[in-house]
Design a protein around this ligand. Structure first.
Ligand code: MLT
Ligand code: MN
Ligand code: ZN
Length: 298
């Protein structure tokens, strides 16, 4: 069994349906007319036996239940080896609190992201004598599960919403928001669930890649405003949109990436409706719209 990825949760923070949302997509999902999607996480394995989770979503309990490859193999034996965090957002770290039952695994993150966890005493529920916290230096390859090597790199983004000050830099490049290059046995993939902009550095990294999971938060920058759901644009949230001249579909058009998979989709995104014109447009441009349970190999 070789390198594979499984989308545990394809939605952004809130999920589909989001508990307090009466938008078209959320209502359709509640009615069972389009598939529901849990919050942002992808599992990777080099061998099919040992798994690393990239991000720990608030839906992690259900995601474990729904994924046979992650089920216990003995009384307290689990295929989970680690959780790697790509930012400190609630949709990417809150699931750690569900993993507090004295089960050994390692949390991998940059020093900046570990600081966010360390500053919150609730995460001490993950007993340090059982759950190791390992700091990963940007651009230094690190084995996160047997045979699975992750290299973190900075991606334009912002600090978590709950740490925003009065002035917010939405295209900050550093340790707060990272992408991941995963390698195993000569195969590789990239995971970038949050990205404000495809910088030249990112374009150079991703050119000719076999498989990229990429931020699919919004279809258009003013989508939430148009849906009557507040005043925030995608740019303000630190997410580039799929469509338009400065969108991800256009930005990837000449990068020669093998498989392009959208993840971290907000519940307002029309591509979450399988029969939408936007879904057809994304697929015609070569994209796969991620969904819960989808397995992808490079
Ligand atoms: C985001 O991806 O922009 C954040 O997860 C938003 C949030 O924390 O709700
Ligand atoms: Mn998010
Ligand atoms: Zn909604």
């Amino acid at each position: 069994m070789s390198f594979r990825a499984r989308i545990l949760g394809a939605a952004a923070g809130g999920g589909l349906p989001q508990w307090n949302c009466g938008c078209e997509n959320c209502n359709l999902a509640r009615a069972g007319e389009i598939p529901s999607q849990t919050q942002s996480s992808v599992a990777f394995s080099a061998n099919g036996r040992d798994w690393a989770l990239l991000n720990a979503s608030p839906d992690i309990r259900q995601q474990f239940a729904d994924c046979p490859a992650l089920h216990p193999t003995g009384l307290r034996d689990l295929p989970l080896r680690s959780v790697l965090l790509t930012n400190g957002d609630i949709d990417h770290v809150a699931g750690l609190l569900t993993l507090r039952e004295m089960q050994p695994f390692t949390i991998f993150a940059t020093a900046g992201i570990h600081d966010v966890l360390n500053d919150n005493p609730m995460f001490a529920a993950l007993n340090a004598s059982v759950v190791a916290r390992q700091t990963v230096t940007l651009d230094v390859p690190t084995e996160i599960a047997p045979g699975l090597v992750a290299t973190l790199f900075p991606v334009p983004g912002k600090v978590p919403l709950y740490l925003e000050g009065d002035i917010v830099e939405t295209e900050l490049v550093g340790e707060q928001t990272v992408g991941v290059h995963l390698q195993a046995d000569g195969q590789d993939a990239y995971y970038i669930p949050g990205c404000a902009k495809l910088s030249d550095d990112l374009r150079n990294r991703l050119r000719d890649a076999a498989l990229v999971f990429f931020d699919g938060t919004l279809w258009r920058d003013d989508e939430m405003m148009r849906a009557g759901l507040g005043s925030k644009t995608g740019k303000r949230m630190g997410h580039m949109s799929m469509s338009g001249e400065d969108g991800s579909i256009a930005a990837f058009a000449d990068l020669n990436v093998g498989k392009r998979v959208f993840v971290h989709m907000n519940n307002t995104n029309p591509v979450l409706r399988p029969d939408s014109a936007e879904r057809a447009e994304a697929e015609a441009a070569g994209w796969i719209v991620g969904e819960d349970g989808l397995e992808v190999t490079p």
